[in-house]
Design a protein around this ligand. Sequence first.
Ligand SMILES: [Zn+2]
Ligand SMILES: [Zn+2]
Length: 342
Amino acid sequence: MAPSNDLLTMTPKGLFCEQGNFYVDPWRAVDHAVITHAHADHARWGSKKYLAADTSAEVLRIRMGEKADLRFQPLGQSQTINGVRVTFYPAGHILGSAQVKIEKAGYSIVVSGDYKRNSDPTCQPFEPVRCNTFITESTFGLPIYRWPDPQTVFDGINQWWKSNQGSGKTSILLAYSLGKAQRLLSGIDASIGPIYTHGAVEKLNAGYREAGVALPETTFVGEVDPKEIDWSQSLVVAPPSAVGGPWAKKFGKLSVAMASGWMQIRGTRRRRSMDAGFILSDHVDWADLMQTIHETEAENIWVTHGYSDVVVRYLREQGFNAKVVETEFTGEQLEGDTEPAS
Ligand SMILES: [Zn+2]
Ligand SMILES: [Zn+2]
């Protein structure tokens, strides 16, 4: 087997393929960036050229702006860049999220970016890809993380909304504006009442609809006269930063909930002053992380942001050649970032 050590290396700017002369999800501005998805910790501004999966075109244009030089490649099709073969495969994390497979001389590395295995009608499902080296996130890489069935979670959200209607409270559902918000919208029962959105969410809803993802009807809060709306019947979907400021005042009595993998940890809801918390994550839980690693049949596993030490120790016990790959941001720091792990 050809050696892996020089196909992809970690540098201060991020993962670099010297032979292909491109970076994958670089943290700094570079000449050629190949990116897995449109979240801010993966798609950073300032690079000269970007290459991404074509399924991410609509959301990436919204996030990166008109000036960014974005190029797109269809999922499953390969392109050879300076002798290195590059192919995108779906990652199931958010719309357009992709794994990047890099191959040369019979050796392959898959950079999976962020990914999940749970059902999500707003994006293409994760596809396990065989490779020699698999680079995985470990945001929720502890055995305590075990996601409930998404339908059960949506039943709980619908129930919470109906009960707020009964007690005259506006239902404020907090979710990151790219990905989680649209997944929530696609899963809730829109017949319960009208749905309003914060501007950040509505902007990305437009991108999802443009990409052909079915979402229920939503109205941007800024488009209506707040005094004319019976907010107590409504669901408002907003990013976490929206509550606590003047923005939420117009809605009257509130019930605030958040949907995130972090809600599995006792105390998170209370610490964040939520009235309700729903466990819904766009990352793999422990069991899906381990299953995926086995399915790739990779002999080398590089583990990045999250609980990488724990995951690496466990994988070594299982006989894998595993190592931690340091990233600029860790799971906890990410949570305070613009588009955190959720
Ligand atoms: Zn992400
Ligand atoms: Zn991420």
